[in-house]
Design a protein. Structure first.
Length: 324
């Protein structure tokens, strides 16, 4: 098996795991507030985070080099986690994914003011077409828009902003700093809100929370392994396999079937995203915001930091920094 085939298979397994993670989020979301879900998923992630922190050998303090950028990223991550979990709770899985798939398009847009990236006419048109696909999914005027749709849009934007900030400051900030601040912020903010929404949880639901954390940790590790095995231009489009899982699991567990508008809009968004990845993959240079960003929304509750050593040991130059 070629290295690209290995990378693609690892990525498919990772995003399948993430999709099952989101099924649990949706199930728990019908019984509990997103505040409670995010809080406990982060709480159960702390043992995993502790192992990562113990392995951190890079010298330095926990004070960020870029405190204002870190603040913006932390706020964006907290808002993204709450919004994404709420969207999964109230919207069909396929529709939620279709909207979240706009994140790579938004990353390309945000790269212009934040990274100074130059976006050519073709990529600019691809972004425009992709965002039109989001409008097809939302169908303003043709369907009743809800807070869930707004939450999904906010999650897509917040995840894009958090990711592009890592592209800007990730070479200067310690990985442990990039990891720790969003997790602490989630713990403090959600913990402060928890008494107002808390509902007692049976053991099986607590187990679901713990399983969510383990699955997200494992999926994140698989994505890192995928980028190390294969080229980013091959691995990155595998994220869109989640829409297939969403149609499958939505029908089985929640009796959800995507309508024609959702399918059409998702097809437009996915086509635009793949085109941008292919365009970036054929160009030299290190500032490739879509290729170098793992396309999965950040919640700040799950560790997304190096698992297998430093990035400098990575043979795949397109692999994204593992603190993203």
């Amino acid at each position: 098996m070629t290295s690209n085939a290995q990378g693609a298979l690892l990525a498919l397994l990772a995003f399948a795991t993430y999709s099952l993670h989101d099924v649990i989020v949706k199930y728990l979301g019908s019984h509990y507030s997103p505040v409670q879900i995010v809080f406990f998923s982060g709480l159960f992630a702390f043992p995993l985070v502790s192992v990562i922190l113990i392995r951190e050998s890079e010298p330095g303090t926990l004070r960020p080099v870029h405190p204002w950028w870190m603040l913006v990223r932390t706020v964006a991550t907290v808002v993204t986690g709450f919004s994404a979990f709420y969207a999964f709770s109230v919207l069909p899985l396929a529709q939620t994914y279709a909207i979240l798939f706009a994140a790579p398009l938004l990353i390309t847009v945000l790269a212009i003011p934040i990274l100074g990236e130059q976006v050519g006419l073709r990529r600019g048109l691809a972004v425009t077409v992709g965002l039109c696909g989001v409008m097809v999914v939302l169908r303003p005027g043709g369907t009743e828009l809800s807070l869930g749709h707004l939450a999904a849009l906010i999650a897509a934007f917040g995840s894009s902003l958090a990711s592009i900030i890592v592209r800007k400051i990730g070479q200067e900030e310690r990985s442990v700093v990039l990891l720790l601040y969003p997790i602490l912020a989630n713990f403090v903010v959600m913990g402060a809100m928890l008494p107002f929404v808390y509902v007692p949880m049976p053991t099986v639901d607590l187990g679901g929370m713990a399983l969510m954390s383990a699955m997200a940790f494992g999926a994140s590790a698989l994505i890192i392994m995928a980028y190390r095995a294969g080229e980013a231009v091959v691995v990155a489009p595998m994220q869109y396999s989640q829409i297939i899982w969403a149609a499958f699991t939505g029908a089985i567990f929640f009796d959800e079937y995507p309508d024609a508008w959702t399918v059409a809009g998702a097809a437009i968004i996915i086509s635009s995203g793949i085109y941008i990845v292919l365009r970036e993959g054929g160009k030299p240079g290190t500032m490739r915001p879509v290729l170098r960003t793992r396309s999965r929304f950040e919640t700040g509750a799950i560790p997304r930091i190096r698992f297998f050593g430093k990035l400098s040991r990575n043979k795949n130059k397109d692999a994204p920094p593992t603190a993203d």
